[in-house]
Design a protein around this ligand. Sequence first.
Ligand code: 13P
Length: 297
Amino acid sequence: MMRAQAAHIAVPGFNIPYLPMMEPVARALCDARCFGLIMVARLEWEKFAAGGVQPVYETYQQVKDERFMRLHLDHVPVIDEDNLPVDYEDILTEAATLGYDSIMVDGSRLSLDDNIAATRRIVDMAHARDVAVEAELGAVMGHESGPMPPYEELFASGQGFTDPDEARRFVSETKVDWLSVAIGSVHGAISETARRAKKPAARLSIERLDALREATGIPLVLHGGTGIPKEYILESVQHGIAKINIATAIRQPYEALMAEDESAALQAVYDATMTVIRDDLELLHSVDILNPGGAQA
Ligand code: 13P
């Protein structure tokens, strides 16, 4: 991830809410020679059909090609999107012990001090197992079930944006490897009523991103990667974003077809993943830049 940030290249992370989606996503990464992450978040086994830490790990063993991908556990919240406490330490320890390459603890619904304490505990546990840790500071909204304020209002107020001084303290006290920052993006909705809706086109504050990069000095992560106009995404990668999370862009095409035609649904996942890699993020052959001479295919 450090190499990606230095080369101004993003590593895309693709969320897998239904296990059969993993194979076409992995195949697209290989065909595109793009280095990316296969990811699952806790809400994808709670609210979708990803199964859990173990089933995801087992499916990954069948489809993986380590020249082009790693396995990441996305969002394990301390307090979840329904405001309920989560056994986050157990889940994250299970993943780190099983062999996930990186994990994310999400204490963003806590106070700064509590987020630091929770993240610090997970970093100690994970680094002892050589597993990288992502955390979140600020509020990337959209997963909650209640209505969101109009997007333009949110952006104009900067409500929930990550504060650079807090980020400096957070990184130095937790020793976290990558930080998810709130600079204007929102997650795709996941509630039953809203999950099929088109996402609002988010904007990004590049000014805030510059301040956060300066304050933290570590690779920064952009959540809510679906539906952000391309010029913002590409600019953010020039200014410190090293990992971009994509869920809605590949989930909705699968859900639209999965009930009537599984093979068409899987083809739609492959096509959508390719479109993200090739057209939206311009990451064809990124592995050759990240790892020159390393991956031969
Ligand atoms: P999207 O649903 O907007 O692609 O967001 C994905 C994400 O950030 C998962 O952590």
